[in-house]
Design a protein around this ligand. Sequence first.
Ligand code: FAD
Length: 294
Amino acid sequence: MSSPSRRGIGQRLREGEQSFSFEFFPPKDEAGEAQLWDAIRELEPYQPTFVSVTYGAGGTSRDTTVRITGRIARETPMLPLGHLTCVGHTRDELQAILASYAEAGVHNVLALRGDPQDGPRAEWTPTPGGLTYASDLVELAAPDFTVGVAAFPDGHPSAPSLERDAEVLLAKERAGAEFAITDMVFRATDYFALLERAKAVGVTMPILPGIMPILNLGQVRRMAELSGRDLPAEVVQRITAHADDPVGLRAEGIAVAAEMCEALLAGGAPGLHFYTLNRSRATRDIFTALRITV
Ligand code: FAD
């Protein structure tokens, strides 16, 4: 049996460990990096199952992802999950990035296709010499890495049907993925419907729901844009009722998210994956509302 510190994320989730995990993005400058490390240190006491770092659309942020995950592996007791996308890379380049992850001590990756420049609905053209789908990247990374993949509570915006979307998730599992993390969940029932669809086509890997509380009105629009779908009317109604009161609105956003987290865990979700935006406070507020203390 592998030692506890070497167990991959898939194994930890399969063994029934209730999982909390935190997602960060690669900072652009020194001030951003300091903020990121404050958030990491403030969330470390919650003993997350893993912490993940997203992979940027291009440029230096891509090297930063490998550097930050390597530093997490070296300097903290937390298990890092490095994201990787197919965008703009040949197969050889992807293999080289995987090698640099391994060299940095990162053995868990989230294998993603990534998006065209015009967003998830735009037509996707693979890089010449590169990979077409996330499942190809899963195949490239597994079994040397423990591999996770993306899942979508309302289906990927470009999927022809929800059933087809579930079949894509199954293809990723068959290629070697051991767990999935969902795009932002806005309503617990959407997540449970995804689990049903996935189960119906034969998916057995654990699927973690992605959580991002709404903290201001601008976020309502941005979150809908980012995920390519509208927020549920009942959520928008609860938030916009506090349109003239930013403090009350933030508190309501935390309450909405915490109620959803409670419903998700009570309904059997294997854990909660928090999109932190490199800040710890909202996640800590949700933990307080859930009466989870360190
Ligand atoms: P895929 O699984 O390849 O699916 C993409 C599209 O192709 C879907 O419409 C699918 O139905 C279709 N498809 C897949 N396989 C087949 C097939 N065999 N035949 C026909 N059609 C197929 N983006 C980043 O740039 N960096 C990140 O770090 C990042 N992190 C993310 C983390 C999470 C948890 C999530 C949910 C998303 C993340 N994304 C990130 C966004 C992600 O890259 C986009 O959502 C992207 O549009 C889809 O990626 P995917 O891995 O699901 O692709």
